[in-house]
Design a protein around this ligand. Structure first.
Ligand SMILES: [Fe+2]
Length: 303
């Protein structure tokens, strides 16, 4: 595929019935055309990584050597080599390179727009109002590298470009695997709040990612990945919902739980969710944390 062909090609191929049944609730796999797109070759991504290091260093993250599935992000050793060298030594370094906001590079911008319109074809355009932004995150990983257990804020379509890797997916509604307080802490204060429980590993489903396929990972859906003995490239085509959609309800519930009250999870009562959204939204507008007058309202019966 040359660059002009790639520009016109559809990005993703979904089974429409499965998409409508499972979107942002359960994981499902799909096919895509990005593996043949020259924008995602390793050579092209090396150039992008160097440019990102120069222009937007905060959008580039790399480390080496996660060794435990349940390891926290901040326990992973930082990479002491510059990005150029890390990429050159990809085969040996145990590296995990993340390039955020690749869509800010004009060459990649149309891909996220096309993905978004392909998703909206199936969800209906009203979903667009709930989306804060759409993003491409590129992951380049060394052979056998582990990606530790976590949940994400983004609604993700992870497209495998190069190499094979296995993703282990849990059911996000399984409250033994992922407790309500863990989800609340994740949205309120701690990106690593989801705790891996090795004795529940057999509740995960393993799915093989290979060039040309991908997996839809709903918001809050626990997962971890094991790269095979190959360099892997994955493009995460994702979008983040506005805080008012879900984040503020979980933040409100985090505050309510700290008062010793067991809060009602989101989705059980539209009116309570709406009150939490409004109170948290208003509170966060004047302060970085939920102020006391918001907490007082929770004390008086809103849970
Ligand atoms: Fe993830």
């Amino acid at each position: 595929m040359n660059v002009s062909q790639a520009e016109e090609t559809r990005v993703s191929i979904f089974d429409n019935n499965i998409f409508r049944e499972k979107f942002n609730r359960k994981w499902f796999d799909f096919e895509h055309t990005l593996a043949a797109n020259p924008l995602f070759s390793l050579e092209r991504l090396v150039a992008l990584a160097k440019l990102t290091a120069k222009l937007r260093p905060h959008d580039l993250y790399f480390d080496k050597g996660a060794s435990r599935i349940g390891q926290r992000w901040n326990e992973t050793p930082a990479c002491d080599l510059p990005i150029e060298e890390t990429i050159r030594k990809l085969e040996q370094e145990g590296a995990w390179i993340v390039m955020k906001h690749a869509e800010l590079d004009p060459a990649y911008e149309s891909i996220i727009h096309r993905t978004m319109s392909e998703v909206l074809e199936l969800t209906g355009r009203e979903m667009e109002r709930k989306v804060k932004f759409a993003e491409i995150i590129l992951f380049v990983t060394s052979p056998k590298r582990l990606t530790t257990y976590h949940i994400d804020r983004e609604c993700n379509f992870a497209a495998q470009i190069r190499g094979n890797k296995t993703i282990y997916m849990f059911d996000r509604e399984d409250r033994d695997v992922l407790t309500e307080p863990e989800i609340e802490r994740f949205w309120a204060v701690d990106n690593n709040a989801a705790v891996y429980k090795p004795h529940l590993q057999d509740r995960a489903e393993a799915f093989l990612l290979r060039p040309g396929n991908g997996i839809h990972i709903p918001v809050n859906c626990p997962h971890w990945l094991q790269n095979h003995d190959n360099v892997s490239i994955t493009a995460s085509l994702n979008f983040k919902f506005k805080d008012a959609v879900l984040g503020n309800v979980y933040r409100a519930n985090h505050a309510i739980r700290k008062l010793g009250i067991n809060p009602l999870p989101p989705g059980r009562s539209a009116s309570r969710d709406a009150v939490k959204r409004v109170l948290l939204g208003a509170g966060m507008a004047v302060s970085n944390a939920a102020p006391n007058w918001v907490l007082d309202r929770f004390k008086h019966g809103i849970r």
